[in-house]
Design a protein around this ligand. Structure first.
Ligand SMILES: Cc1cc2nc3c(=O)[nH]c(=O)nc-3n(C[C@H](O)[C@H](O)[C@H](O)COP(=O)(O)OP(=O)(O)OC[C@H]3O[C@@H](n4cnc5c(N)ncnc54)[C@H](O)[C@@H]3O)c2cc1C
Ligand SMILES: NC(=O)c1ccc[n+]([C@@H]2O[C@H](COP(=O)([O-])OP(=O)(O)OC[C@H]3O[C@@H](n4cnc5c(N)ncnc54)[C@H](O)[C@@H]3O)[C@@H](O)[C@H]2O)c1
Length: 465
């Protein structure tokens, strides 16, 4: 126990990586502890990267984006297997791990492999197959992420009853799939399997899917889900799940109805990875979902211990986790200059079609009595929409009726999560609707939607306002 680190980071996901690299750039001595064999966290191993790669493989192999041009029977591969999907995913995971390892090593971050647990506020024990080693650090940052929530009434078996960590363990593509949970994970996987021709039943306890998104956009998504033969059971909770002797799965709903399928994906939320940390040794307490409370600088109630990323809860995004890591690291070393405005954090939901948004929804603005107007552009009116074969997408600008400041941008359709960043930049720089009217965009591009939506919005506002 000779070295005293300036910062010891627990967890090598996006939050931990950014924190470690930022501290190293400040010239600090940094160690990063990871209990998995590889770096990258849930983000690279089981979450963001595998799910987004699988989606890309599904879109390509199923020919989904070109069916409106070449006909509903168009596909790149006739019989798509789970092995086809896993092939692409494993390649991207491996590359991302290599890139991350190289980046950490370039920044002189010392990698420690094992499970970290607190001894006291400046000492951590790291345990692996060789035994336990003790480390001392002036600051400690918890970035341990989450794992899928489980229930004793839902026996995950890795073959027919799975969670989001186990999707690629499915040996065969099921003919029918039950998805429990209409949150981001449930809806994203629901869309992927539906695009592969699997008959999906989506069960969500709340009356709406993705309640934090704009209602009109979710209505458009629901139309697509029904069009892909998804059966939606809203206002219905799953009580128990059973594997049947014939290998099928039966979910019993709280309303006593039964739903049968070849497989079931249980995606009802996530639980913070805090059990191994021995938080009691430092007097920090997590809540029942394993979330650690922090202040605006991501400091726990112990001044030299910080927590960032999914383990602190909402919004639980890779993008935001990275930013939290960077800010916490800066604060640990007294740097107050880094500021970040959560009002301009975007959402990218990789459903099929994709959804992306920033700022307020119409429902929120109505609730807050803000006088707003909307301008909408439909991809089918834009040349690039026709060329790409996406004639159902739309972009909605929400702006203040009198000041014309942009209050929100909501997009559903091909490329939504990239396209959103134009609106994000304009919003963050205090831009108005007029920017889009006065700016010349490349033609033909989807970006043209901003101009069309701006004209549409202006036409709806009386010139006497
Ligand atoms: C299916 C799925 C799809 C997603 N898609 C998106 C998306 O499209 N866009 C997006 O922005 N976000 C997405 N997310 C969320 C994103 O993956 C998380 O927000 C992000 O991974 C959180 O980063 P993190 O660093 O907080 O934690 P993690 O990535 O979970 O990393 C935590 C690490 O800590 C390690 N660890 C835990 N406890 C200990 C311990 N005691 N000792 C040592 N190591 C420990 C773990 O092994 C893990 O490697 C998705 C998540 C899932 C599950
Ligand atoms: N594109 C992205 O940014 C992306 C993608 C995937 C995941 N994520 C992150 O991962 C996190 C976890 O996602 P999630 O979808 O697992 O959790 P979630 O909490 O967002 O959604 C879970 C849903 O399951 C429902 N539910 C709970 N118990 C139920 C039951 N018994 N029967 C029926 N429905 C039930 C809840 O009402 C809720 O809507 C999210 O917070 C999200 O930020 C982000």
């Amino acid at each position: 126990m000779s070295t005293v680190y300036d910062l010891l980071v627990i967890g090598s996901g996006p939050a931990g990586q950014r924190a470690a690299i930022y501290a190293s750039k400040l010239g600090k001595k940094v160690a990063l502890v990871e209990m998995r064999e590889v770096v990258g966290g849930a983000c690279i191993s089981t979450g963001t990267i595998p799910s987004k790669t699988m989606r890309e493989a599904v879109l390509h192999l199923s020919g989904y984006n070109y069916k409106s041009i070449y006909g509903m029977n168009y596909r790149v591969k006739e019989r798509i297997t789970m092995a086809d999907l896993a092939f692409r995913v494993q390649h991207v995971i491996k590359t991302e791990i290599d890139v991350t390892e190289a980046q950490l090593s370039r920044n002189n971050i010392e990698m420690l492999t094992g499970v970290a647990s607190f001894v006291d506020p400046t000492h951590v024990k790291v345990t692996n197959s060789k035994g336990s080693t003790f480390y001392e650090a002036k600051n400690i940052l918890i970035a341990t992420g989450t794992k899928p929530a489980s229930s004793p009434k839902v026996p995950i078996n890795g073959t027919s009853i799975i969670n989001s960590d186990l999707v690629l363990d499915l040996v065969n593509l099921p003919k029918t799939l039950i998805v429990v949970g209409g949150g981001v994970i449930g809806v994203e996987y629901c869309c992927m399997f539906a695009a592969l021709g699997v008959r999906v039943t989506l069960i969500e306890r709340r009356p709406r899917l993705l309640e934090f998104a704009d209602q009109e956009i979710i209505e458009a998504l629901s139309y697509h889900l029904r069009d892909s033969r998804v059966t939606m059971r809203l206002n219905e909770g799953v009580d128990t799940v059973e594997e049947m002797p014939d290998g099928t799965v039966v979910a019993t709903l709280e309303s006593k109805k039964k739903v049968q399928g070849d497989a079931l994906l249980y995606a009802v939320g996530r639980q913070g990875n805090v059990v191994e940390l021995n938080l009691a040794a430092v007097g920090v307490e997590a809540d029942s979902r394993g979330r650690i409370p922090v202040d605006k600088d991501f400091r726990t109630k112990v001044p030299n211990i910080f927590a960032v990323g999914d383990v602190i809860g909402f919004p639980s995004l890779a993008s935001v986790s990275m930013e939290q890591g960077r800010i916490a690291s800066a604060r640990a070393f007294g740097d107050e200059t880094i500021i970040s405005n959560p009002s301009f954090y975007p959402y990218g939901i990789y459903t099929i079609p994709e959804i992306s948004f920033i700022g307020k929804t119409e429902e929120q603005l109505t609730e807050e009595d803000v006088p707003y107007e909307v301008g909408v552009a439909y991809y089918r009116e834009i040349a690039r929409g026709q060329i790409r074969g996406d004639t159902t997408g739309r972009l909605k600008l929400i702006f203040h009726r009198t000041t014309h400041l942009i209050l929100g941008v909501h997009i559903i359709g091909e490329g939504a999560s990239e396209l959103l960043h134009i609106g994000q930049a304009v919003m963050a720089l205090g831009g108005k609707l007029d920017y889009f009217v006065e700016t010349v965009f490349n033609y033909p591009t989807l970006a043209e939607c901003y101009k069309v939506a701006a004209f549409n919005g202006l036409n709806r506002v009386s010139k006497y306002e």
